[in-house]
Design a protein around this ligand. Structure first.
Ligand code: FAD
Ligand code: NAD
Length: 478
């Protein structure tokens, strides 16, 4: 296996992660300008908007994964990929530490990689707020193995509930599917699960019909707090019709193997704690910082007041550094942690790095032309060099004039079950808040076309992407 040495005349650009931000950057980056190295423990890109559909088999997980090797082989200049986790970024010494955390390890499984430029696109962890028992007993919904685990557990609960001589209380518990977190992830999963019950489970195992029950628990007064009021009402009403129980103003405080303890305020204003038995617990309470991101923040004084992630400036440079950029869920740029934001940030950085390379090339040319001009043997060649310098300076000003990152919000969309979706969309005439089957069919056709092409990411990031196409990153179901 031939190991290519980095080109010493080029800077080494290390990209961490193979998610929305990093892959969007790699898609548009002219890799001929840098020695590009990608480090990520996940050797595929994951189209997260369709992940909730994998939990019930509506969508096969392979159709929402794109091998990173397949993606990278289309780049003009070779890109190195290491399947590894970055465990530490040493800001001072410009190097990262990487560990091969996969099952199969060779003689070398932990090493260092030096960088001139670094892009941190490692996403976020699942937030648990330190609530006891969540990690041991709950299922998250962030990665493909999470969706597979949920799928297996749903069926295991059903089969165990129908096991010989199971007591009525135990049947009830096993068939109680509890989802904690009423953000888009929790809402979409609850909708998918109820669909699965109505469309399949009810027919396959009729004896569970009276006891199968989905409950969505949310600490705030409503689900989908970032959506318009009418869409929140529409979602809650649809859930009622779908017989999904929504428990708002209810905060989970403790998780045990068979029940959760949730705090709510009763009609008298008294705080009560209720034990809610469950068979399956899906925990979807949002994002938390990864430890290696926290560690990097602790090395940079300018990051000391940042809590939710790496504070970046308008060019996505990590504040307090000159050679580190951050994109997506690990960066704090005052936007929601969504694929839509991460993809736009990644594309912006690609443009920025392409421009930086051009700038450097022009500056080098300018320097050599100045020498030519200085040592020109006659006026004619001096004037010739002068003219070229003027042209190059003009080009340099144009190249350098790249504006800061500006996020263009296309809207938000979530699937809510029974072939209905809700959408808050920025429309030509203003904002459109819409919900129902039509919204769902619109998005379904879009997603299906993407899934069949299987090159969804190439499509999403293509320059010809129009408003409607860019909304693919917003959600919806295929
Ligand atoms: P990610 O896409 O999470 O990628 C992070 C990458 O970093 C991964 O490749 C990971 O393996 C890698 N990594 C992790 N740790 C390390 C390390 N130590 N070293 C190196 N690499 C590392 N957003 C929308 O806009 N619309 C939607 O419809 C939508 N639906 C969603 C549905 C679900 C179920 C979920 C969980 C999220 C959804 N989101 C949606 C949010 C969206 O997926 C995230 O905002 C987006 O993935 C963030 O992109 P990212 O590149 O920051 O991180
Ligand atoms: P979120 O942060 O949007 O929602 C988490 C919810 O959990 C919050 O409403 C919070 O009040 C609740 N919560 C927290 N602790 C709790 C507790 N102890 N008990 C009960 N409830 C508790 O998280 P998410 O839904 O995973 O979304 C994460 C990001 O991904 C968001 O930016 C979201 O917009 C994006 N996303 C978008 C889509 C889409 O557009 N369709 C789908 C999934 C995720």
């Amino acid at each position: 296996l031939e190991q290519m040495d980095p080109d010493p005349s080029k800077k080494t650009l290390v990209v961490l992660g193979t998610g929305w931000g990093s892959v969007s950057l790699l898609k548009k980056l002219d890799t001929e300008n840098y020695n590009v190295i990608v480090v990520s423990p996940r050797n595929y890109f994951l189209f997260t908007p369709l992940l909730p559909s994998c939990t019930t088999g509506t969508i096969e997980h392979r159709s929402i994964m794109e091998p990173i090797r397949n993606f990278l082989r289309h780049k003009k200049a070779a890109v190195k990929y290491y399947e590894a986790e970055c465990t530490k970024i040493d800001y001072e010494n410009k190097k990262i530490y990487i560990n091969d955390e996969s099952e199969i390890k060779g003689n070398s499984s932990a090493t260092e990689v030096p960088f001139d430029m670094l892009v941190v696109g490692v996403g976020a962890e699942n937030a648990t707020f330190g609530i006891p028992g969540v990690r041991e007993h709950g299922c998250f919904l962030k990665e493909v193995p999470d969706a597979q685990k949920i799928r297996k557990r749903i069926m295991d609960c059903v089969e165990t509930a129908t096991f010989k001589d199971q007591s009525p209380e135990e049947i009830k518990r096993l068939l109680h599917m509890v989802v904690v977190g009423g953000g888009p992830t929790g809402v979409e999963f609850a909708g998918e699960l109820q669909d699965f019950f109505e469309n399949d489970l009810r027919k396959w195992v009729p004896e569970i019909a009276d006891n199968f029950h989905v409950t969505l628990v949310e600490a705030l007064p409503s689900v989908l707090p970032s959506f318009s009021k009418n869409l929140i009402d529409y979602t809650e009403q649809t859930f009622k019709e779908e017989t999904i129980e929504v428990r708002t103003k209810t905060m989970v405080k403790n998780v045990t193997e068979k029940y959760i303890e949730a705090q709510f305020t009763d009609a008298n204003g008294e705080k009560q704690v209720e034990k809610i038995p469950y068979g399956l617990l899906v925990w979807a309470t949002g994002n938390a910082l990864r430890p290696m991101v926290k560690d990097l923040m602790s090395q940079i004084p300018a990051q000391k007041d940042s809590r939710r992630g790496l504070a970046v400036n308008e060019y996505l440079v990590v504040k307090g550094t000159e050679n580190i950029w951050a994109v997506g869920d690990c960066a704090v740029a005052n936007y929601a942690p969504t694929a839509q934001v991460a993809a736009q940030e990644g594309a912006f950085l690609a443009r920025l790095f392409n421009q930086m390379a051009k700038t450097e090339a022009i500056e080098l040319e300018l320097a050599s032309l100045s020498t030519v001009q200085e040592h020109a043997p006659n006026k004619e060649s001096r004037d010739d060099a002068f003219g070229k310098i003027k042209d190059l300076q003009k080009r340099l000003r144009r190249v350098k004039s790249m504006g800061p990152f500006e996020y263009s919000h296309q809207g938000s969309l979530a699937y809510i079950g029974s072939e209905k979706a809700v959408a808050d969309i920025s429309w030509w005439t203003g904002n459109l808040a819409t919900g129902g089957q039509l919204t769902y069919f619109f998005w379904r056709s879009a997603y299906l076309s993407m899934c069949f092409s299987s090159k969804f990411f190439l499509f999403i990031c293509s320059p010809s992407r129009a408003t409607a196409a860019s909304l693919f990153v917003l959600g919806g179901k295929g």
